[in-house]
Design a protein around this ligand. Sequence first.
Ligand SMILES: [Zn+2]
Length: 603
Amino acid sequence: MGRIPQHFIDELIARTDIVELIGARVPLKKSGREYKACCPFHAEKTPSFWVSPDKQFYHCFGCGKHGTALGFLMDHDHMAFPEAVEELATRLGLEVPQEGGAERITARADEPLYELMARVARFYSEQLAREPRARDYLAKRGLTDASLERFAIGYAPNSWSELLRRFGAGVAERKRLAEAGLIIERERGGGREGERYYDRFRDRVMFPIRDARGRVIAFGGRIIDAGEPKYLNSPETVLFHKGRELYGLYETRRARRSLERLVVVEGYMDTVSLHQSGIDYAVATLGTATTAEHFRRIFRLVPTVVFAFDGDRAGRAAAWRALQQALPEAREGREIRFLFLPQGHDPDTLIAAEGREAFEQRLAAAVPLSEYMVRELSEQSELASADGRARFAEHARPLFVRVPEGVYRELLLARLAQVVGLTPARLEALWTGGKMAAPSTPSPSPARRPATARPARAAGRGGLVRQAIIRLLHYPIIALEVTGSERAGLDASEEPGVPLLRELLDDLREQPAQIPAQVIQRWMGHKDGETLQKLLGREEVITGAAAAAQELRAALTKLADQAAGKRLQALEAKSRTGSLAAEELVEFQSLIERLSHRDARGG
Ligand SMILES: [Zn+2]
């Protein structure tokens, strides 16, 4: 397959109407200059998926998915890149040009690759019959012939060139083998053309990885005897994106008409063994942590997922990573559980030792996400002491805020509050006040505040209000980082826009929001709703929630200092012309103290 020239791709993007393309798949509603819908990539009730005809770009404020028309076809319709290009070209009545190749792309651009993969899988499976070492190994692991057949397990011969010889007769064929990730190009090409490549998989038991339609898209190979690496996967190719695929999903769906849950394990052998023992709803990630894309695929099929991890250190680390990935996906109606296997066992050996029923009992008793989180955090904190509970609350907060708003979030809050020994409202108030920092980890507040006391030096003037609002819009959750006194300092400011900033800040502190679209949604119909949308629509470079929170707090402090400075000037002027009333004198003194204090601190 030749390369598709970049200018053609540019042209496709420019000429395609992304609103029409996405609108044919997702019901879009016009909203101002853009279009919105409930996101097709994550479950939600209020729309946070936006399509911009101006930018020809879509963006979900909920799950962060974004991209162009091509990206949408790949993500949403699970097309490979050339397939998506062909689709757009067909819509526009264009022919896809090929760079430096006489071969032209067919209607299904990557069909020949799928065919090649199928033929190679058959070849590997034939080779298994001829290799007693591989068959013995699989028999020793307890796999039956039926399992070998169901998972189409094979064997890659112990040769650097067997696959090349059989499937790579010509230059074009060798290119396709390389594109499919089956052969590797030598860094320094050999003298003859035939020596440029070598077989990727040699002397390994081969597990074909199939997509939802059962087409082989990649392989995983396990070494038979000792050697490194123990497992070798196909690289990422046009057919295979490991962050999206789950090994065993096709076989699971074929085995079961109705699915209630999935078990996620770590290896091919575990998956096959579990299926063979009757846990025919086991899948595995492919040498990667569980991704958001995995979760979406899982929850499209089932309401419950159990992660089974080895009880060792590596297993626990993997489980903690999975928990962090799982938090944004947690909501009512979904169950995410964690099963830790006894030391020295993996699912394969455990089910062999205990049998299906015992294993299913373990699955049923697996720890729910919230309990696992509580357990891990408790281990890091001494819950018996007040300091320890404060540390627990502090560690829990960044995890908690990743959970989307809803019933599940409320339940989790209640559970965490119970551990700390507070009411949920009190815990939230403590988080909101930013006063939970344990003595060992001082909060970054006053000492790091920039020195900006005098109004004459304050940068930005009215721009400060705009900066603060924009940060709140992009990361509404940072409203919770603002302290009570920082918020109170705003009351004295008379800068234009401050009333809106105050209202927005108070609203977000009372009713936290996770994503900008939620804020926009709430303010729709409000007299300032349009202003907020415009501010959000601006292209601002904001470098993450932590920086935004610091900038917001700095802006609030500057505004308060400006107000104090102005008031001080007014009082000074008045004192020159007449005399100050008693309370004005007190105020005058406290303002001087405040500003000089700040100067001394800021250095
Ligand atoms: Zn989304």
